[in-house]
Design a protein around this ligand. Structure first.
Ligand code: OOG
Ligand code: NI
Length: 462
């Protein structure tokens, strides 16, 4: 039997989850609590709980994060994920994100069409070190990093062959699928190989992320994040279970209006035992804190106008909080107040203000004989209903916060030097495939639903 790309993706997500739960047991607690909370939300809200995805989708839903060192490694990652129907979407420059000094650019590999997202939305936030960025690496360190990274092999050739075959043929037979999944999962396990102390420490002085990526000879999954329907409830419950979360939930505030974009929170990196090779050649046990647990709640995807509003409000909140020290609760309260004055409180207003993405559907009962031609009237007269489109992507600021909150040290960034140019086009060239624009993807889902509405109501050809 042929195992198609969708089944490969779902199976890969499950295997990573099992593997990560073995490596980081607190992840299992997080998944249990998320599922407990999701069950309660389903009971409380019924069908409304599934407006942003079926409970089947949400229960299986995860995102992972990985980090690689070179363009060649990133191109290989693109082949492996491509075979599972995951394509690069969005460009994130974490060298520029507020308050961050992380020398990487990133994209997210994920399914791009509606049916594939509904079947299994597994996505992986993938970052690549920009070793040519002089704010972080001088020429000598860039050269030595290049040598180190050029000599390592993250993915066995057999894994890449199977990935290419799966992508070309739309899947693999059972035996090949099993081999592919085993090799793919293994490639993201934490390696038991000793870490060279001196090299790791040298990179760590520049950036803990640089050390995590370029200080070791393999890659690993950095975190795996389940989706929860009520992140505030989850936050409280994790704290009750004695797991210390970072002090806030990142992203939009909890407020009395529609859930937008993405809210995330995490618990601190765990100290994990690792072997270190000392300068004198001896190998000792020590530990490293690089991996952590994260959970997220997904809301409605916003349009460029909605995003501009969100970014404005975030900047205003920053200005308000500048120089003040407030608790997470106080911060949320201020943010929620700000939102209440400026963000529509209903989905209907988000539609008419073109602030968020929706799909449109003809209702069973028609309110009259002749449908009006424009969407606003179709909605207000009850011909058509609107369903929100879930946000499938990430927020650079939260991502930077997630990186930052889990670093052992701030590292050093020399802001007086100019950074390396590495924009979306450069990233697409490295990936060897198109870099999708998230807005275009949401807009095309909306457009397809509008075309269906027009056809069903006979509004075309007038
Ligand atoms: C990725 C951080 C970004 C998120 O959820 O925003 C991320 C990393 O730590 O490698 O996963
Ligand atoms: Ni994450």
């Amino acid at each position: 039997m042929m195992v198609g790309s969708t089944a490969l993706r779902a199976a890969f997500a499950r295997r990573l989850s099992t593997m990560y739960g073995t490596e980081v047991p607190a992840y299992n607690t997080l998944v249990d609590v998320a599922q407990e909370v999701n069950g309660e939300v389903m009971e409380r809200m019924g069908a409304d709980a599934e407006r942003l995805g079926s409970i089947g989708r949400v229960t299986a839903e995860r995102h992972g994060a990985i980090r690689v060192g070179t363009p060649a490694e990133l191109a290989q990652v693109a082949r492996i994920f491509g075979s599972m129907g995951m394509y690069p979407v969005g460009y994130y420059d974490l060298r520029e994100a507020a308050g961050s000094s992380v020398p990487v650019v990133s994209t997210a590999f994920r399914p791009v069409d509606e049916a594939e997202l509904a079947a299994n939305p597994f996505r992986v936030f993938t970052s690549m070190l920009v070793t040519g960025d002089r704010r972080f690496f001088d020429e000598d360190l860039e050269r030595r990093l290049g040598e180190f990274l050029g000599a390592r092999r993250l993915f066995p050739p057999r894994l890449l062959d199977l990935a290419d075959r799966a992508e070309a043929e739309g899947g693999l037979d059972d035996a090949a699928a099993e081999e592919f999944l085993t090799l793919a999962t293994r490639a993201f396990e934490l390696s038991a190989e000793p870490v060279s102390r001196g090299w790791y420490a040298e990179l760590e002085r520049v950036s803990a992320v640089a050390a995590d990526i370029g200080g070791v000879s393999s890659t690993h999954i950095n975190h795996l994040t389940p989706r929860v329907l009520d992140i505030d409830a989850l936050y409280a419950r994790m704290s009750e279970r004695g797991i210390t979360m970072i002090d806030a939930i990142q992203g939009p505030p909890r407020w009395d209006g529609p859930d937008l974009l993405l809210r995330q929170t995490s618990f601190r990196a765990l100290a994990e035992p690792r072997l270190f090779r000392e300068e004198d050649g001896s190998v000792v046990r020590d530990d490293l804190r690089v991996r952590f647990g994260e959970v997220e709640a997904r809301g409605i995807a916003v349009t460029p106008a909605g995003r501009a509003l969100y970014d404005d409000l975030s900047a205003e909140l920053d200005a308000m909080l500048h120089g003040r020290s407030v608790t997470a609760e106080e911060r949320n309260e201020l943010a929620a107040k700000l939102w209440e004055g400026r963000v529509p409180r209903s989905e209907a207003e988000l539609v008419t203000g073109d602030l968020a993405y929706f799909t449109f559907h003809v209702r069973d009962a028609r309110p009259g004989a002749v449908p009006p031609a424009d969407l606003t009237t179709l909605l207000s007269e009850g011909w058509v209903s609107a369903r929100p489109i879930v946000y499938e992507d990430f927020l650079p600021r939260s991502a930077a916060g997630i990186f930052q909150s889990n670093l052992t040290s701030d590292g050093t960034k020399d802001a007086t030097r100019t950074g390396a140019d590495f924009g979306p086009d450069a990233l697409a060239a490295v990936l060897g495939r198109p870099l999708h624009d998230p807005y275009e993807l949401y807009a095309s889902v909306r457009a397809a639903s509008l075309a269906r509405v027009r056809a069903e109501l006979g509004l075309d050809g007038e």
